[in-house]
Design a protein around this ligand. Sequence first.
Ligand code: PLP
Length: 357
Amino acid sequence: MSETGPRLRAQLDGIPTYKPGRPAPAGGVTTYKLSSNENPYPPLPGVMEQATAAARHFQRYPDLACTALTAELAERFGVPASHVATGTGSVGVAQQLLQATSGPGDEVIYAWRSFEAYPIIVQISGAASVRVPLTPGEFHDLDAMADAVTERTRLIFVCNPNNPTGTVARRAELERFLDKVPGDVLVVLDEAYREFNRDPEVPDGIEIYRDRPNVAVLRTFSKAYGLAGLRIGFAVAHEPVAEALRKTAVPFGVSQIAQDAAVASLRSEKELMVRVDALVKERDRVLGRLREQGWTVPETHANFVWLRLGDRTGEFAEACERAGVVVRPFAGEGVRVTIGENEANDLFLAAAEAFRS
Ligand SMILES: Cc1ncc(COP(=O)(O)O)c(C=O)c1O
């Protein structure tokens, strides 16, 4: 018997495992989880009914091709069904895009700080991460990202709005950037928070992808649509890329519960968007109050706010937790705080105010 065990790929060495936002501790005072950019509202009644109806049949495999959902999405966005590819959350689809494009010797560019899964999934692919620092105002530095392209570049993530800063890339700069990127490099517009954007200058990625074959758009049902626990997201991309996503998908990865809940969510969109509007209103209230308290907070178009606290990050997160809200610290950098229930946001604002004094 071998003493060494199976040989694992060296690329996995040193990969930090994905750290989920901490849950609210059980017991004691009511504590709110503002650490994972989730939607605080429970599922809408119609969505819940569809999901529970689907759950009655989970002895069966789901529809492999997500036919009904794909058709619904294609119609909603005015794209061919062959351009829609679903997956186990948009992070699952992002990982498939890497599998399809990038491996050892290749480079993947993204802004930093951005979505914390990017470095992990890039390292798993075997490609090298090229991180381009955000500007001092916490925006993507798209000129620097274009300058970072080399012959080895295979994929570029543009997270718009950016997690964790909430900042956006606007139409003119994005178009200028895309004009500079070679056509054989895939640009992934990760629009996980798109529904929370209220800046008219931020383009809809699905409009941009139409005449750019090297652009793919990632969307999710986890945030505005409130289906995070069901794991469902999708890409809209031209045929070769969408086809590559179908090849790299885990067979039957997206459950029937998720598929049916997603269809029901699209059909209940009006009611869902009322909730999204309420969250946007709350976000703007929180942002305004933080600024009144004297904090420097970037303009956010997502369902969270970002405080760059540097060395005081851990201390601030602990103070929030003592006040009843679990936030998301990034050690030595800052804290991301999801907009949650109004009472949770109030607890957070009170903790932030107390911390300043
Ligand atoms: C920018 C961004 N992209 C993608 C995701 C992944 O979401 P999901 O896999 O739940 O669709 C997240 C989740 O936090 C995110 O912040």
